[in-house]
Design a protein around this ligand. Structure first.
Ligand code: UTP
Length: 301
């Protein structure tokens, strides 16, 4: 087997329109909507860093400047917090600030699809394997999904994708992989299909938005035709790459919330809030009370 090259860089695409979340996303990027007290994109960056990623490439677009600002320094705010003695907030902001030169931004000029967004990062990634994290797919578990993916990658190399199981009737909403033989703590991928027609999914293992890909994907994406939803699909590009390179799947042991959907966003806020040491108990009581009074209103109706 070829030497397994270290994954140093990650791509985080943030150029989509967020149409499922209008009107909230008219002026605010969906990646800046908050889960408890931090924007959803911050969780993806933390997860990438915990997995050992050194450099992050954001593929952004017009009207998304708030994302660049979020990852920049805020000297006026820090001075103001310092004058009021808010040292805990200062430490938190400082710990989140990326090291100078460790983030890059490039623009996707039109939201032609995830495959096209990834292709826009080709010059900044260069000829090395890279991680890809879709920020609105939010990992919730004892360990970030990307760290487990890296573990499998270090053992098998090639391309690795994270998967979770969905209800069979939901398979047509996702990118689905076919399940081959067990390899280490994952399995070999036999096929990949984006949003399969009802009854045609090869399994119920869906791609949950975390990938490690070899740079050969870029030359495939350069010529990738539009696929499902009339978008240039990453899954179609990966299927082509799988003719020449191995793909393995890492079943994530946690849970992913699709924060690009209203339901997933609300579920994520509840799950992350319940897990927080500062507000978890209070939120538990409030959510319980809201659910109980909702139930009794339904019964009385
Ligand atoms: P989604 O398909 O969930 O994002 O892409 P979207 O297109 O913004 O969503 P809807 O369907 O309109 O509500 C997953 C990730 O890929 C990015 C998105 O910003 C999101 O973080 N993306 C998607 C791009 O960067 N460019 C694209 O052309 C499409």
């Amino acid at each position: 087997m070829d030497r397994i090259r270290t994954v140093r860089k990650a791509v985080i695409p943030v150029a989509g329109n967020g149409t499922r979340f209008l009107p909230a996303t008219k002026a605010v990027p969906k990646e800046m909507l908050t889960i408890v007290d931090r924007p959803v994109v911050q969780y993806a960056v933390d997860e990438a860093r915990q997995a050992g990623i050194e450099h992050i490439v954001f593929v952004t677009s017009r009207n998304k400047q708030a994302i660049e600002d979020h990852f920049d320094d805020t000297p006026e705010l820090i001075s103001s917090l310092s004058r009021s003695g808010k040292n805990a907030q200062i430490s938190e902001l400082e710990s989140m600030l990326p090291k100078a030169g460790s983030v890059s931004f490039t623009r996707q000029q039109a939201p032609l699809g995830l495959g096209h967004a990834v292709w826009c990062a080709r010059d900044l990634i260069g000829d090395e394997p890279f991680a890809l994290l879709l920020p609105d797919m939010l990992s919730f578990g004892a360990r970030g999904c990307m760290a487990g993916l890296m573990d499998l990658y270090r053992e098998v190399g090639g391309n690795v994708v994270a998967v979770e199981q969905c209800a069979p009737e939901d398979a047509s909403k996702y990118g689905i992989v076919g399940k081959g033989g067990t390899v280490r703590h994952g399995f070999a991928v036999t096929e990949m299909v984006e949003k399969p027609a009802a009854g045609e999914a090869p399994s119920n293992y869906y791609l949950n938005g975390r990938y490690i890909l070899q740079p050969e994907i870029f030359s495939i994406l350069a010529h990738q035709q539009r696929g499902a939803g009339n978008e240039i699909q990453l899954t179609d590009g990966m299927l082509k790459l799988s003719a020449n390179q191995p793909f393995h799947a890492h079943p994530y042991e946690g849970r992913t919330f699709d924060c690009g959907s209203k339901q997933g966003f609300i579920e994520a806020n509840v799950a992350f809030a319940l897990n927080r040491a500062d507000i978890g108990d209070m939120v538990f009581e409030s959510v319980r009370e809201i659910v109980l009074s909702h139930e009794s209103r339904i019964r009385a109706a």
